[in-house]
Design a protein around this ligand. Sequence first.
Ligand code: PEP
Ligand code: MN
Length: 445
Amino acid sequence: MSTIPDLATLHALNAAQQPTYPDRDAVVAATAKLRTVPPLVFAGECDDLKDKIAQVARGEAFLLQGGDCAETFAGVTADNVRNKLRVLLQMAVVLTYAASVPVVKVGRIAGQYAKPRSSDLETRDGVTLPAYRGDAVNGYDFTPEARVPDPQRLVDVYNSSAATLNLVRAFVTGGYADLRQVHTWNTDFVRESPIGQRYEAMAGEIERALTFMKAIGADPDEFHRVDFHSSHEALVLEYEHALTRIDSRTDQPYDVSGHFVWIGERTRQLDGAHVELLSHIRNPIGVKLGPTTTPDDAIALAAKLNPANEAGRLTFITRFGAGKIRDGLPHLVEKVTAAGLEVAWVCDPMHGNTFEASSGYKTRRFGDVIDEVQGFFDVHRALGTWPGGLHVELTGDDVTECVGGGEDLLEMDLGNRYESVCDPRLNRVQSLELAFLVAEMLRQA
Ligand code: PEP
Ligand code: MN
């Protein structure tokens, strides 16, 4: 049986981005509670996802991973969960149909509640308080009370994730994700947009194909349900550790808080607590790699996190920025490939492209997002490697957080409906537009 290090051992390592809890007894109580709760996901489901990501690593499938930068407890509503799922289903169907490639669908959902921050503190109008670190840690309101890290919130993360995942599971197996619903996912404001009309035409083609299949007697199970998986950044050690359990089938540890977990750009230190903890679990995992990553860093991470060099186990999610990817990525991919490492390469075109608008809103340009994805495809094409997927921050609603896109959202529009508590997300029209553009790149890959 494989064992995992205890929390004290992890904290004794370099444990970046952890909350400073004032009440240690409350931490003990919350983690003791979490150690008793049922798993959110089953180890066998994690293995299934690992097999699918192995197909991505081999160039046989494409990964679509998306959702909020930060989920919130208040955001756990039927509408919100359905809207996010719906836009991901629409994007997946565009990618599958237009590029004829199987799409592995993973949400940044049902657990994405903790955020790394560039500063421990936030100052507004001369008042300094602890920074908001996600609903998993403290409250968003700028008051001393809200900003105190409260470990009871970790139990709330579990409960919110359970409620979200329950609804997601009901949607994806209970008829909502049935391919015959392909038209009904195209609702309200999206349907009226040019991109919504393009989708409508494609949905019409799919519907005719389905009718034809049915007429000849073919109606496979795959038409009626989809595989959808949960993922989040494994950040707060107390939470991920308490939800790491020994699988009774295999005697191996799995982090049962989500199917796929990743290590962020700020916590990927080779000797750090996050790399140590995730080296012990058997889930498929990811590591975000920013523009300062050297090939040696990536190779050392792979040696530690995937010593058996198992395809599907490790995904490198690169987030260089549109201006850096064409110069920086080739060297990394080349060296990792030359080292014979089995990894899936996924592009996060969001986190290297954030800037502050003159109005003070954190935003991203749709054009930069597309440019980074195009750079990612260009680099992989030049090297003969597979551009395995897309990792994006999006929402199913009509928010105004990223500028540009077909609707040409302007900086002065950002205040209209800016709802993210952390990074700016693509709205539903921008997300669908991105899917059509990526489908075109995939077709050429
Ligand atoms: C994120 O995914 O929200 C995030 C913080 O990304 P990164 O670790 O790449 O900065
Ligand atoms: Mn983010």
